[in-house]
Design a binder for this molecule. Structure first.
Ligand SMILES: [Zn+2]
Length: 445
C-alpha cells in the first residue's frame, strides 16, 4: 500500500519521501525551537513570578526597591508611612497669640508659625503629639520655692492646654482624629486623618501629684516629659542649675512605676543625663525622647550623648526606645549652619549608635523661634526623607523613622501596662513628702 494511502484516512496532505524527511527535520527543528522557546518562556515566567513574590514579600516587610528618583521614593515612603511627629507646640502658640480662642484664627488658612492644615497635608503628616506645655515657674518670673510647692496654677494652665488641643481636634475633625493608643493611630492614618495624641512637657505640670498624672491619662495624655528646663519633685532637668536629686528623686521612681502601670510613655527629652540613664534603666516599658538630637553631632545639653544612645536597643542591658530628632537650630548645628543635611547628620548618628529602629522625628515646630534652612515648617518633612534616600536609607528603615519606630515603642508600653495591670497592681497612693496638706488636719475640715 502506497504510503500515501496509509495516511489517507488521516486526511493530511500527501507528501513525497523528501518532503516527509524535510517535514520531519522541520518538526524536529520546530520541536527544538519549541523546547528552547519553552525554556526561555519558563525562565521568564519563573523570573517574573519570583519578582512579583519578592516585591509582595518586600512590600509586606517594607524592603521593596525604591524608585531611582529620590523625590518619588520619598513620596512612596510617606504614603505608606506618613510622619508621626513626637512634639509639636501648636497649643502654646494658640495660648500665646490667641489666648486659647479657637475662633480667632483658621487652621485651614495660613496660620502664623510652622503649622496649619494645608502645610500638614503638604508635609504628609499622619499624626503628631500636641504638646500641652506650660513653662517652668522661673521662666515666667515666679518663685515656686525650694520644694516646688508654690506654682499650683501650672495644673490649671496644663488643663487649659489639654482643653485647647481637644477643642481644635474636634473643631477640625475632618482633618484630625483623636488617638489614645497605637491602634487608634493606625486607624486614623488608614482613614487619611491626622492622628492626634497629647503629651505634657514636664512633670512640674502635674503639681507634685501622682493622682494628677492619672487624671491627665484619663484626659488622653499619653506621654509626660519627666522635666522641662527646671528640676521638679520627681527628677533633675538638663538645665544649668546644679543637680538636686542626682537624677530621679525617690518619688520619681514611683512616678515611673505608675506611668508604666497605666501606659503613659516616659519622655526623657529635657532631663539630665543622670535622670535619663536612671529612668531608661528603671522603666519596664520602652521610653521616648520626644524631641532631642545627638550630642556627638552638636554639643548641647538637650541632645542625647553616645553613652546613653548605646543603652538603647534590644540586646542584654538595653531598652527599647526611640529618639525623635529635634529641628531647633541651636541643637542641630553652629549658628547659621542648621539645614536639612545637618538634621540628617543627627538622624544618621543616632541610627549608627542606637540602630535605625530607634530614631524618629520630633521637630518642635511652633516651639522654636527659628528653623533649619530647608525645614521651615511642617510641609518640609519630605525634603528630609529625600536627603536620607540619597544617603542610602532603605524603604523599611525610612518607614521606621517616619512613624513605625514610634508605633512599636507605643505598642511595647501598652503591652507592659496590660501585664502590670494583670498582676492586680494597685495605683500608687504615694504623697510627695514635702506636702503638709495631707492627711488633713482638724483646721482644714
Ligand atoms: Zn521642649
Amino acid at each position: 500500500m502506497p504510503a500515501e494511502r496509509s495516511n489517507g484516512s488521516e486526511q493530511i496532505p500527501l507528501l513525497h519521501e523528501e518532503d516527509l524527511k524535510g517535514t520531519k527535520t522541520e518538526q524536529s527543528r520546530w520541536r527544538r525551537r519549541s523546547w528552547s522557546e519553552w525554556l526561555i518562556l519558563c525562565t521568564l515566567c519563573t523570573v517574573g513570578i519570583f519578582a512579583v513574590v519578592h516585591d509582595l514579600w518586600s512590600r509586606l516587610h517594607g524592603n521593596a526597591t525604591l524608585p531611582a528618583d529620590p523625590k518619588k521614593a520619598a513620596k512612596q515612603i510617606l504614603s505608606a508611612s506618613p510622619v508621626i511627629d513626637g512634639h509639636i507646640d501648636l497649643p502654646i502658640l494658640v495660648r500665646a497669640r490667641f489666648a486659647n480662642n479657637a475662633s480667632a484664627f483658621d487652621l485651614n488658612g495660613d496660620v502664623v508659625g510652622h503649622v496649619d492644615i494645608p502645610r500638614l497635608k503638604a508635609g504628609k503628616v499622619g499624626g503628631f503629639f500636641w504638646s500641652a506645655y506650660v513653662s517652668c515657674a522661673d521662666w515666667a518670673g515666679y518663685d515656686e520655692g525650694a520644694d516646688f510647692l508654690n506654682s499650683t496654677w501650672r495644673v490649671r494652665d496644663t488643663l487649659e492646654q489639654i482643653d485647647i488641643s481637644h477643642v481644635l481636634i474636634s473643631k477640625y475633625s475632618d482633618t484630625f482624629q483623636p488617638a489614645l493608643n497605637s491602634k487608634d493611630v493606625k486607624k486614623a492614618i488608614k482613614k487619611g486623618k491626622i492622628a492626634s495624641l497629647i503629651g505634657v512637657e514636664g512633670a512640674h505640670q502635674i503639681g507634685n501629684s501622682i493622682a494628677v498624672l492619672r487624671q491627665y491619662y484619663t484626659l488622653g495624655v499619653r506621654y509626660i516629659t519627666l522635666t522641662h528646663t527646671c528640676h521638679n519633685a520627681f527628677a533633675d532637668s538638663c538645665g544649668t542649675l546644679p543637680e538636686k536629686w542626682g537624677g530621679l528623686s525617690p518619688l520619681g521612681y514611683s512616678l515611673i512605676e505608675e506611668m508604666n502601670r497605666i501606659g503613659m510613655l516616659v519622655d526623657l527629652s529635657h532631663t539630665s543625663d543622670n535622670t535619663a540613664r536612671q529612668a531608661l534603666t528603671y522603666s519596664k516599658a520602652p521610653v521616648i525622647w520626644s524631641h532631642s538630637s545627638a550630642r556627638a553631632v552638636h554639643e548641647h545639653e538637650r541632645n542625647v550623648p553616645d553613652d546613653i544612645l548605646a543603652l538603647i536597643g534590644t540586646g542584654k542591658g538595653k531598652k527599647d526606645a526611640v529618639v525623635m530628632v529635634n529641628f531647633a537650630p541651636d541643637f542641630v548645628a553652629d549658628p547659621g549652619k542648621a539645614n536639612v543635611s545637618a538634621v540628617a547628620d543627627h538622624v544618621d548618628h543616632i541610627a549608627a549608635i542606637a540602630g535605625k529602629k530607634h530614631v524618629g522625628l520630633g521637630s518642635d515646630f511652633d516651639g522654636i523661634g527659628s528653623t533649619p534652612v530647608g525645614l521651615e515648617d511642617v510641609s518640609k518633612y519630605p525634603d528630609l526623607i529625600v536627603e536620607l534616600v540619597k544617603r542610602g536609607w532603605k524603604r523599611h528603615e525610612l518607614e521606621g523613622l517616619t512613624g513605625k519606630n514610634l508605633l512599636r515603642v507605643m505598642e511595647g508600653a501598652e503591652r507592659v501596662a496590660k501585664e502590670i495591670q494583670a498582676t492586680g497592681a494597685e495605683p500608687s497612693y504615694e504623697i510627695y513628702d514635702k506636702r503638709t496638706d495631707l492627711p488633713m488636719r482638724g483646721r482644714d475640715l
